[in-house]
Design a protein around this ligand. Structure first.
Ligand code: AMP
Length: 247
């Protein structure tokens, strides 16, 4: 079956506004293009692009991580829980992990802004992404039967945002040399973040302080990782995700 990758994004004055990404069959193409167009035009924009390309290599199919909800009374308590999870998945000291999380909370790009993509951090705690302004972006992903998956997630009280983040982190955790991921949104009123480790997606609230416009992702990797292969997997290889219910 012919599959197409669709990538849409809009911006205003060069600032990112909305994005949407799908992998669809030829039959679904027209409908999904209409849906994406609607989604992107909801916010004001002065630039909008929708790119469609045929996927040449058949995507591999992987299972989604299982969602675990973690509640905390405040950001401090949530961060402690996040740090413990990351420490046991990466072996990095709690002190180093806290410093890296602070970098995300204060703008991880060298100019103090948010990055477009993720930081990559090795087992020494050093940042090794090729471009620290941009980072690496996980793309070329979608759920099999996305509408069904969205329905199931919504029944459990989650949103499309959770679905998108679950897709990104499931692709990431499928890569043997990625051990864990940290994520908080760059939206000032969205305080839920997550830690992904092998098999699980820990959704943690509140993982950032209300009003903070800084957020980002950290991909924790093994020492000596081949960055060229990693970038190729995350940015170029199409992956389809089969949603797995949490027991
Ligand atoms: P979001 O989850 O969309 O609120 O994004 C939070 C932060 O994660 C952004 O500011 C980026 O730094 C980073 N980010 C967003 N999308 C991606 C992606 N597809 N791959 C890697 N990093 C991303």
């Amino acid at each position: 079956m012919k599959l197409f990758s669709i990538k849409g994004r809009s911006s205003i004055d060069g600032k990112h506004q909305s994005g949407a990404e799908r992998i669809v069959s030829e039959k679904e193409l027209e409908n999904v293009l209409t849906q994406i167009n609607k989604r992107l035009t909801r916010k004001p924009f002065d630039y909008l692009s929708i790119k469609v390309s045929l996927i040449k290599k058949q995507p591999c199919v992987i299972k989604s991580l299982k969602i675990v909800d973690v509640c905390a009374d405040n950001v401090g308590e949530a961060t402690e829980k996040a740090v413990k999870l990351l420490h046991s998945a990466t072996g990095l000291s709690e002190e180093k992990i806290k410093k890296l999380i602070k970098t995300v909370h204060t703008g991880a790009s060298p100019d103090g802004n948010n990055m477009r993509g993720a930081m990559i951090v090795d087992q020494k705690g050093e940042r090794i992404e090729l471009d620290p302004y941009r980072g690496v972006r996980t793309t070329e992903i979608d759920f099999i039967d996305r509408d069904e998956v969205l329905k199931k997630l919504e029944e459990k009280g989650y949103t499309e945002r959770t679905a998108d983040a679950l897709a990104v982190s499931s692709k990431n955790m499928n890569y043997p040399d990625i051990t864990a991921e940290f994520c908080t949104s760059d939206e000032p009123d969205y305080l839920t973040g997550y830690i992904a480790v092998k098999g699980y997606y820990y959704r943690i609230t509140p993982l950032k302080t209300e009003g903070n416009t800084k957020g980002g992702r950290i991909y924790f990797v093994k020492n000596g990782i081949n960055l060229k292969k990693l970038y190729n997997y995350l940015e170029k290889e199409a992956v389809l995700i089969e949603y797995t219910e949490t027991d």
